[in-house]
Design a protein. Structure first.
Lengths: 340, 340
C-alpha cells in the first residue's frame, strides 16, 4: 500500500467522474472481500446517477446490495458491519437524504471509536451525491457537507475531478474512520485523466490547482472547477489568481491555505453551501487566528450559497449559488478595490 | 412452609415445569450468579451516586435482571449483543468484568472505555458486547449491519439486540426489523417491555397490546413472555437463538418486566403508583427463582446464599478496584477521536 500512496502519473486515459468512482469501487472490491456496496437502487438499476453501473453484474447481489428506502436503517447497518470486520460503502441516493440518517452517522458512527475508549473502529464510507444545478429543487440540491465537518470523529471529502474521485474513494475505504464523500451531481459526467491502477489521494491534503501571486481562491468540488475557470479569465485581466482545491473539509489543510495567503495577501473562499455559518466562516477564522493574518492586504472575502432553500426555477437556482462570473467579479473587486 | 437446608429429597418430589427442567444446575448457578451481580452492581452504583462518588446520571435495571440474563444465557462467548441506555445488566449477563464496569462508571482510565463512555456507553468488545447506547433504538439498525457482517463472513454467530418498549415506536425499529427479515439475518430482537418509556405508559404510546404483536408485519415469529421468570425467558430465547444460528432469520422476543427504580436519577415517580411498584416487587425474579429451586430441591438455602455472597464479594472488590483506579490524563483529551 505505501507505494500506492505515491499518486501515479495521470496518463492520457480519460474517465468520467462517475466512471472513476465505479473503477475505484471495483478495484477495492476485487482487492478486499470485506468491501461491499449497498444503498437504494445500486443493483440492477445501477444507481440513481449511474455510478454503480454494472457492478451488480460483476460482483453479484451479495456485494452490491439493493436496500429498502430506509436511510436511517442502512446508515446504522453500515455502522454495524464496520464494527464487526466489514468495510461497507454506503450510497445515499441524494445527499439531502442524509437528514434521515443523521442519528446513526452523528451519534453512532462518529463517536463509537472515542466513546468506547478506542476499542472499536468504524471503517465505513458514505457516498453522497450533493449540490444544485439539476433543477431538483429544495430537497434534492443541498450542500450539507459543513454540518458533518462540524462533527469530531467524521472525515469529510469533496472531490472535484475524476482523478480525485477515485483516489479519495480508495483512501476513504482504507481509512479506519467513517468518511463521508460528497460527490457533485453536476460533475458525474465531466471527464479527466485517471490512472488505471489503484491509487490513493491522501485525505486532508489540498491541491494547488493554479499558482498565482495576486489572490488565493479556495474552493472544493465544483467550486474548485469554477475557480480554475475564473482564474483563467482573470489572467486576461492581469490578475494572477492562485486556486486551492480543498479536496478534504475535515481534516482541513490549513497549512496549504495559510502558505498561499502569506504569498498572495488576499483570500477569497468560494463554496456552494449556505454562506453563513459555513465552511467559509471556518476558513476565514482559521486564517484570522493564524500568523497568515498579518500578511493580508484586504479583508477575507466569502462567496457562498444564498440564504434560501434551493429554488426550482433555473434562473433563481443559478442565482442561489456562486457561478464562474461571480467568482471573477469578486476576485476582481478584491484585487482592484481591496474588498469583494 | 420454610424448607430447611438439606430437605432436597422431599422437595424434589414435586414435578418441575419444563422450562426449569431444561436448565442444568450449572446453568442455573450461572444465571443466579449473574442476576445477583447485576442487582448488587446497580445497588452499589446507586449508593455510590448518593455518596457523590459518581457523577452524571444512570439508568438502573433493578427488577429486569431475568430478561437480560435469561435471554443471553445460552449465547456463546463470541455471539454479539447490542445494549441500551439501561444496559448494565446486559453487559454483566454477557460476561463482562464488573470491576472494569465500575471503573468506567467512575470515569477511570482502566474502565472498559477508559472513562470516555460512562454508564450509558459501556462496551466490552472482546466479550461480544458491542455497546450500550444513549439513543433510544440506536442499536437496532446497527444490529442489521452486524447480521449482514456475520452472514457475509459465513460465521455462525448470532446478534442479540436489546431495546425497550419506547424504542418500538421509533422508525429505526420498523426499518431494522424489516431489513433483518427480508435478508434473513441472524438476529434476535429482545424487547424489554418495562411498561414505561420514561413516564409514558406503553398503553398510551402503542395501539397494540404487545410489542411482539407487530412481528407478523415483518413475517417473523413474535413471542411475549413474563420477563421476570428466568426459565421462561431462557426457554423463549433458545429457539430464537437456534433459528438465527441455523439461518432461519430473526425473531422478536418481548420480555414483560418492570424497572423498580425510576427512569433515571431525576425521576420522582409521578406517573405510577406505589401500589403498582409494590405489586411488581412481589414478582421479583431473583427471589421467585430461588424459592422455586428450593421447592424442587435443586439447591438448598446454603448454596443459594453462597452464590449471593460470592456476587457481593465480586461487587465489593469491583468497587474498590474502581476507587483505586487512576483518572484519565487531561493531556489525552483528544486521543481516540480518530483511529490511526
Amino acid at each position: 500500500m505505501p507505494t500506492e500512496l505515491v499518486v501515479p502519473e495521470a496518463g492520457t486515459r480519460e474517465l468520467s467522474y462517475a466512471e472513476a468512482i465505479r473503477e475505484g469501487l471495483a478495484q477495492a472490491m476485487q482487492a478486499d472481500e470485506r468491501v461491499f456496496l449497498f444503498g437504494e437502487d445500486v443493483g440492477v438499476y445501477g444507481g440513481a446517477f449511474g455510478v454503480s453501473g454494472d457492478l451488480f453484474h460483476k460482483f453479484g447481489p451479495e456485494r452490491v446490495i439493493d436496500t429498502p428506502i430506509s436511510e436511517l436503517g442502512i446508515a446504522g447497518a453500515a455502522v454495524g458491519a464496520a464494527i464487526t470486520g466489514m468495510k461497507p460503502v454506503l450510497e445515499l441516493q441524494f445527499s439531502d437524504f442524509v437528514t434521515l440518517a443523521m442519528e446513526q452517522i452523528v451519534n453512532q458512527a462518529a463517536k463509537i471509536h472515542f466513546m468506547f475508549g478506542g476499542k472499536a473502529t468504524v471503517p465505513m464510507v458514505v457516498r453522497l451525491p450533493g449540490g444544485s444545478g439539476t433543477g431538483a429543487a429544495a430537497q434534492h440540491s443541498q450542500s450539507l457537507e459543513a454540518w458533518f465537518a462540524h462533527v469530531p470523529g467524521l472525515k469529510v471529502v469533496q472531490p472535484s475531478t475524476p482523478h480525485d474521485a477515485k483516489g479519495l474513494l480508495l483512501a476513504a475505504i482504507d481509512d479506519p474512520n467513517p468518511v463521508l464523500i460528497f460527490e457533485h451531481k453536476l460533475l458525474y459526467k465531466t471527464k479527466g485523466p485517471v490512472p488505471e491502477e489503484p491509487y490513493r489521494v491522501p485525505i486532508g491534503k489540498a491541491a494547488v490547482r493554479r499558482a498565482g501571486r495576486d489572490l488565493t481562491i479556495v474552493g472544493s468540488s465544483i467550486m474548485a472547477i469554477r475557480a480554475v475557470a475564473a482564474a483563467a479569465r482573470l489572467a486576461g485581466e492581469n490578475i494572477d489568481a492562485e486556486v486551492i482545491d480543498l479536496r478534504s473539509l475535515r481534516p482541513i489543510d490549513l497549512t496549504t491555505i495559510a502558505a498561499s495567503v502569506r504569498k498572495t495577501h488576499r483570500l477569497l473562499i468560494v463554496y456552494e453551501g449556505v454562506k453563513i455559518m459555513g465552511i467559509g466562516a471556518e476558513i476565514s477564522a482559521m486564517i484570522a487566528e493564524s500568523d497568515a493574518f498579518d500578511f493580508l492586504d484586504a479583508p477575507i472575502a466569502r462567496l457562498g450559497g444564498a440564504d434560501v432553500p434551493l429554488p426550482y426555477n433555473p434562473v433563481l437556482e443559478k442565482a442561489a449559488v456562486p457561478q464562474e462570473d461571480d467568482i471573477v467579479a469578486a476576485a476582481r473587486r478584491l484585487v482592484r478595490e481591496g474588498r469583494a | 412452609m420454610a424448607i430447611a437446608p438439606g430437605s432436597r429429597t422431599i422437595a424434589a418430589q414435586a414435578t418441575e415445569r419444563p422450562e426449569l427442567a431444561a436448565l442444568s444446575d450449572d446453568g442455573l448457578r450461572v444465571a443466579l450468579s449473574r442476576m445477583h451481580l447485576i442487582r448488587k452492581f446497580e445497588e452499589t452504583a446507586e449508593a455510590s451516586y448518593m455518596r457523590g462518588l459518581i457523577h452524571g446520571t444512570m439508568h438502573l435495571s433493578i427488577g429486569q435482571e431475568a430478561s437480560a440474563v435469561g435471554a443471553t444465557l445460552e449465547l456463546a462467548r463470541d455471539d454479539y449483543i447490542l445494549s441500551t441506555h439501561r444496559g448494565h445488566g446486559h453487559c454483566i449477563a454477557k460476561g463482562a468484568d464488573p470491576a472494569r464496569m465500575f471503573a468506567e462508571f467512575f470515569g477511570k482510565e482502566n474502565g472498559y472505555c477508559r472513562g470516555r463512555g460512562g454508564s450509558m456507553h459501556i462496551a466490552d468488545i472482546e466479550g461480544g458486547n458491542l455497546g450500550a447506547n444513549g439513543i433510544v433504538a440506536g442499536g437496532l439498525p446497527i444490529a442489521v449491519g452486524v447480521g449482514m457482517s456475520i452472514k457475509a463472513q459465513k460465521q455462525h454467530r448470532v446478534c442479540m439486540v436489546f431495546f425497550g418498549d419506547g424504542a418500538a415506536n421509533e422508525g429505526a425499529f420498523h426499518e431494522s426489523l424489516n431489513m433483518a427479515s427480508i435478508w434473513r439475518l441472524p438476529i434476535v430482537f429482545v424487547c424489554e417491555n418495562n411498561k414505561y418509556g420514561m413516564s409514558m405508559d406503553i398503553a398510551r404510546a402503542m395501539a397494540v397490546a404487545n410489542v411482539a404483536d407487530r412481528a407478523p408485519a415483518y413475517a417473523m415469529p413474535g413471542v411475549t413472555v413474563d420477563g421476570n421468570d428466568l426459565p421462561v425467558v431462557v426457554a423463549a430465547a433458545r429457539p430464537a437463538i437456534e433459528r438465527a444460528r441455523q439461518g432461519g432469520g430473526p425473531t422478536l422476543l418481548e420480555c414483560k418486566t418492570y424497572r423498580l427504580r425510576g427512569h433515571s436519577k431525576s425521576d420522582r415517580n409521578l406517573y405510577r403508583s406505589k401500589e403498582e411498584i409494590e405489586a411488581w416487587r412481589e414478582k421479583d425474579a431473583i427471589r421467585r427463582l430461588e424459592s422455586e429451586l428450593i421447592a424442587h430441591g435443586r439447591f438448598d438455602e446454603g448454596e443459594l446464599l453462597a452464590i449471593e455472597q460470592a456476587a457481593q464479594k465480586t461487587i465489593d472488590d469491583a468497587l474498590e478496584f474502581a476507587k483505586a483506579s487512576p483518572n484519565p490524563d487531561p493531556a489525552q483529551l483528544t486521543r481516540d477521536v480518530y483511529a490511526d
